[in-house]
Write a protein that binds this ligand. Sequence first.
Ligand SMILES: NC(=O)c1ccc[n+]([C@@H]2O[C@H](COP(=O)([O-])OP(=O)(O)OC[C@H]3O[C@@H](n4cnc5c(N)ncnc54)[C@H](OP(=O)(O)O)[C@@H]3O)[C@@H](O)[C@H]2O)c1
Length: 264
Amino acid sequence: MSALLTGTPLTGRVAVISGASSGIGAATRLARLGAKVAVLARRKEKLDALVASINGGGTAVAVPVDVTGREAVHAAARQVADQLGTADLVVNNAGVQLISPITDLRQDDWQRQIDLNITGVMNVIGAFVPHLTAAAAAGKPADLITTSSIAATRILEKFSVYSGTKAYISHLTRLLRVELGPQNVRVATIEPGMVDTDQNDFLRQNLLPDGRYDEARGDRPSAYTGRYWVNGTRIDYLDDLGFWAYGEFRDGELHHAGYRLTRR
Ligand SMILES: NC(=O)c1ccc[n+]([C@@H]2O[C@H](COP(=O)([O-])OP(=O)(O)OC[C@H]3O[C@@H](n4cnc5c(N)ncnc54)[C@H](OP(=O)(O)O)[C@@H]3O)[C@@H](O)[C@H]2O)c1
């Protein structure tokens, strides 16, 4: 069961969100819930537009930064301290998903995922843990939240490197909880299923090209939502985690973003 928070329970908090220029990071409602927010990503124009949309009903600053650069993230942390104060809620969310068979040897893609999903995540932790422990020591609530994925635990064909980076994040979270918990810093991760963001462009490009993704989505917010039906080589289904997915049959198997389910 889920409930949408209302009101301004985050008043007095200073939040930092990495990967805030699009998708899940841009959709967080922390400013609306009362927090002062620093939004981090590389695309300045996207951040500026987000800040403009928030600043009518909250406080937000854009901090353009490539989180794969350690010094740049430390500079961003200093900017947050100067402009908003000590961060006490860090959403370590920036990530990239590049799917390919391991035998294709797309080593540049492997490296990009490792650089952002592991090194970038560690850079944000390195720069903002001092903020979080300082906030907790001052008696404030302090939260570190990472974005992992269901890919951290599920066996998804062609997701090897991405899944490995997300498994790293999920286990890291458990370990950091042991270290930071006693210092009153709460550590959590979220493991989303498929969300219709820019990240899933590979679906639009590969599995359902030539506008077929948009056709499958129709007027729904995502092609992953819908009713179960089999229609020729097409299927919509509700997967065992409770989200709807779309796929197509090839050689008796359902292919959907790396899932392989045998048709009965
Ligand atoms: N969509 C899904 O189905 C799904 C499922 C499970 C988990 N996730 C995870 O959710 C998180 C957000 O992904 P999303 O789906 O919202 O995708 P998205 O819309 O592509 O967002 C990715 C964000 O990361 C930022 N980013 C990329 N490279 C960066 C870098 N070097 N430095 C700083 N920021 C960088 C991007 O902004 P710039 O390009 O402006 O830098 C963007 O704001 C990721 O960790 C992803 O793995 C997504």
